[in-house]
Design a protein around this ligand. Structure first.
Ligand code: UDP
Length: 314
């Protein structure tokens, strides 16, 4: 992708800022809009001197009007801690954000890629998760604002495509980690690394037998761009690393890799916490020729180095 006029919503967030970096590196004009609710100016500071970059502080739940070739709709708090802080706003961001960005895409003829999530599978009864599985989502629980918000964003994409001919694409992002996660993000990888580096107790929720599959952010960004470039394939497509770990295993690996003296403690399991999660990536492989290249320990090493720097800076 080169020479395109691109909008990245949520571009000051963790994944959005890595995506923005890659799009600028390959010679595109990038406008980031973000309301900085969980995104951070520090994530985009290094782009500010680039004339191809522009930041607009704006909330996607309000309409936005300008012409673009491509829209990446990534705006939404994504860690359970962040999206449960103001659940009504989370649903608004996903639903009205998709609605506003699809309206914009319709008006200016842009292709739109919607960031969806493995959360659309809820606590899955099919394992690993394939795109054809409709999921097992609680519509009235504490995770519903995010899960149902993203599900309706998917619905809107498909209806704008069928009804209005908008060129939409959906990716379902599985757990992703890497530099630029916030110290207090609340997600498991950043929590464990920060706790281990600070010698604090490692907080395993429940007995730690629940599983997740962790994708390093650069692998994910490569998949996102391949999906945006691919013609004639609206998705949804899973993007994630199929390597599956229990949360207890992840805690032990982080302790080993940081050489930490922290001990593991068990805290109550939050409600509706999915018991298993692993993407089936056959579709991404066949349609996009994509699969992750960075194993968990290698990505963890880079992420630990990042947090070491952040924590020593204070
Ligand atoms: N988790 C944990 N300790 C923490 C943070 C999370 O044991 O300090 C668990 C959480 O209960 C879940 C898994 O790790 O089972 C992944 O949680 P995360 O918040 O990263 O994202 P999720 O995949 O649940 O959306």
């Amino acid at each position: 992708m080169k020479g395109k006029n691109i909008l990245v919503t949520g571009g000051a967030g963790f994944i959005g800022s890595h995506l923005t970096a890659e799009l600028l590196k390959t010679g595109n004009l990038v406008t980031v809009i973000d309301n900085l609710s969980s995104g951070r100016i520090e994530n985009i500071r290094e782009f500010e001197s680039d004339p191809a970059f522009r930041f607009v502080e704006h909330d996607v739940s309000e309409p936005y009007c300008e012409d673009f070739d491509l829209i990446f709709n990534f705006a939404c708090p994504a860690s359970p801690d962040a999206y449960q802080t103001d659940p009504i706003q989370t649903t608004k961001t996903s639903m009205l954000g998709a609605f506003n960005m699809l309206g914009l895409a319709k008006r200016c003829g842009a292709r739109l890629l919607q960031a969806s999530t493995s959360e659309v599978y809820g606590d899955p009864l099919v394992h690993p998760q394939v795109e054809s599985y409709w999921g097992n989502v609680n519509p009235v629980g504490i995770r519903s604002c995010y899960d149902e918000g993203k599900r309706v964003a998917e619905t809107l994409c498909n209806d704008y495509r069928r009804q209005n001919g908008v060129d939409t694409k959906i990716i379902r992002i599985f757990n992703t980690y890497g530099p630029r996660m916030r110290v207090n993000d609340g997600r498991v990888v950043s929590n464990f690394i920060v706790q281990a580096l600070q010698g604090k107790d490692i907080t395993v929720y429940g007995d730690g037998s629940q599983t997740r599959s962790f994708c390093y952010v650069s692998d994910l960004v490569r998949g996102i761009i391949l999906m945006m470039e691919k013609d004639g394939f609206p998705g949804p497509v899973n993007l994630g690393n199929p390597g599956e770990f229990t949360i207890l295993e992840a805690a032990k690996i982080v302790i080993e890799m940081t050489g930490s003296k922290s001990k593991i403690i068990n805290l109550p399991l939050p409600s509706d916490d999915p018991t298993v999660r692993r993407p089936d990536i056959s579709l991404a492989k066949s349609q996009l020729g994509w699969e992750p290249e960075i194993p968990f320990r290698e990505g963890l090493k880079k992420t630990i180095e990042y947090f070491e720097k952040v924590l020593t800076k204070g």
